[in-house]
Every structure is written in structure tokens, then in C-alpha cells.
Design a protein around this ligand. Structure first.
Ligand code: ATP
Ligand code: MG
Length: 243
């Protein structure tokens, strides 16, 4: 089995009266789906990994190296959110190129690299459009292209395709999974929908009230759930059984 790509080691975080406490190991090149009810703490967990939130205690490691004290921009991690991944005043090409040089002092080679990344997400003809002139799916493809040129080993996805229709969402999931596997990325994808996990994830982690209750291979976690919290999550109408 490959070595750890992303590790959350004894992470504790509090906001208001709510506590998150989590340990998680995602192997290098593994695609893990993080599922759980609304408010379980999925986005908070990603924010902690990415560095937008700081834990009270615990360590975060990427490929064995501690990143706990680094700001988000210095972590070898890219995060894709549901929206607002792009700058409205920049073209698709420049939005991608920001991943190469945040100051956009671009060489001819940088422009070629950005253009090639747009081709990989099939947007080569839209390089000069601004985000306002792109569809939601196209905007997310630009954001994926930028993630590709950044070449950071860990990719975090917080429901980036939730606003898209079912067919487009499936196509986007397939695209991201293909590109991630080609590049050997370690991926954590938050999803509300177990079908998304089945489609692309190697492993599933189930979160409930700030805890990761279960991690395992996608099929075995979803096909024969035993944990009452997971059974309820997968089928809210199920009989909870005797107390
Ligand atoms: N900025 C904040 N300040 C205080 N509490 C917050 C803040 N953001 C989230 N919370 C609380 O933290 C808990 C976890 O929220 P989080 O957004 O991580 O859940 P989630 O699993 O991503 O939910 P969803 O599926 O709805 O996106 C919830 O109880 C939420 O109310
Ligand atoms: Mg969330």
C-alpha cells in the first residue's frame, strides 16, 4: 500500500459550542469521498486541512511533511469550492495562469502551459472569455485547469459540482477523477450524494457531528452499513431500531 498523502493527526477544533475531533489518513493517489449530513463538519474538516481554519491541537501532514503552521497559499494543497473559484475581471486563460504566477508576469511558456490546461478540460476555444460569460460547469472546468497547473499533490473538493444538473455533474466527476488519477493526486471530495462516492471514490469517510465515525473501501462502507448513524444517513426513512 502506498504511503500517506494527507494525514490529519489528532485534530481538535472548536467554534461556538461545537467541537470537531478527527484523525484521517488518505493514501497517496487515493480518492476519498467525505460524506455525512449537513452540519456534520465536512467543510470545516477541509478548511482545517487547507489552512483556512487553525486547529486547537493536532497536526496536518502532506506526503509526510507537517504543514500545520503554514498559511493556505504555502500548503501543497489546492481547494475547489462550490463557487467563487475565479476572478471575474480576468479571462479564463489568466485565471488558469494565476496558478503559475499570482502576479501574472507570464512568459510565453506560461501562456502555453495555461492554454494546454484549458485544452485538458476542453475549453481551449474559451480562453479569452471572462467567468461571467461562461456556464457554471465551464467555470468549474477553468478552476480545475488552474488546479492542474499548480501541480500541488493534494486536491480538496467541497461539493464543487453540487449546483450543476445530474448529467453534467457526473461528467465533471469523471473528468476530475480521470485528471486526478493521471496526475497521481491525493483527493478528498465532499459530497452529499453517496452516488458520487460510488462513481469515483476508492474510499469513503463518514462524518457525524464533528467526528469521523468510519473509513473504508467505498463499496463495503455503502453496501452493507452496520453503524446506525450511517444507516440513518443513507436511508433517513429507515427504522432506527430499538434504542
Ligand atoms: N463560521 C462559522 N461559525 C460558527 N459555526 C459555524 C461556522 N461555519 C459552520 N459552523 C458550524 O459548524 C458545524 C459544521 O459545519 P460545516 O459547514 O463544516 O458542515 P458541513 O458538513 O460542511 O455541512 P453542509 O453539508 O451543509 O455543507 C455546524 O454545526 C455549523 O453550524
Ligand atoms: Mg459544507
Amino acid at each position: 500500500m502506498s504511503s500517506p498523502g494527507l494525514e490529519l493527526d489528532g485534530i481538535v477544533f472548536r467554534q461556538g459550542g461545537w467541537t470537531l475531533a478527527a484523525d484521517l489518513v488518505v493514501r497517496r493517489g487515493e480518492l476519498l469521498a467525505l460524506i455525512g449530513a449537513s452540519g456534520a463538519g465536512k467543510s470545516t474538516l477541509l478548511s482545517l486541512a487547507a489552512g483556512f481554519e487553525r486547529p486547537l491541537s493536532g497536526r496536518i501532514l502532506v506526503n509526510g511533511r507537517a504543514v500545520t503552521d503554514l498559511p493556505p497559499a504555502s500548503r501543497p494543497i489546492t481547494t475547489l469550492f462550490q463557487e467563487h473559484n475565479l476572478f471575474a475581471h480576468l479571462s479564463a486563460l489568466d485565471n488558469v495562469a494565476l496558478g503559475l504566477d499570482p502576479g501574472l508576469r507570464l512568459t510565453a511558456a506560461d501562456r502555453r502551459t495555461a492554454q494546454e490546461a484549458l485544452s485538458r478540460v476542453e475549453l481551449e476555444t474559451m480562453a479569452h472569455r471572462r467567468p461571467g460569460k461562461l456556464s457554471g460547469g465551464e467555470r468549474q472546468r477553468v478552476a480545475i485547469a488552474r488546479a492542474l497547473v499548480m501541480k500541488r499533490p493534494v486536491l480538496l473538493l467541497d461539493e464543487p459540482f453540487a449546483a450543476l444538473g445530474p448529467a453534467l455533474r457526473r461528467a465533471m466527476l469523471d473528468l476530475v477523477s480521470r485528471l486526478a488519477r493521471e496526475s497521481g493526486l491525493t483527493v478528498v471530495m465532499v459530497s452529499h450524494d453517496p452516488a458520487d462516492a460510488r462513481r469515483i471514490a476508492d474510499t469513503v469517510a463518514f462524518m457525524d457531528d464533528g467526528r469521523i465515525l468510519l473509513t473504508g473501501p467505498t463499496d463495503s462502507v455503502l453496501d452493507s452499513p452496520v453503524l446506525p448513524e450511517l444507516v440513518r444517513y443513507l436511508d433517513p426513512d429507515s427504522d432506527p431500531g430499538p434504542p
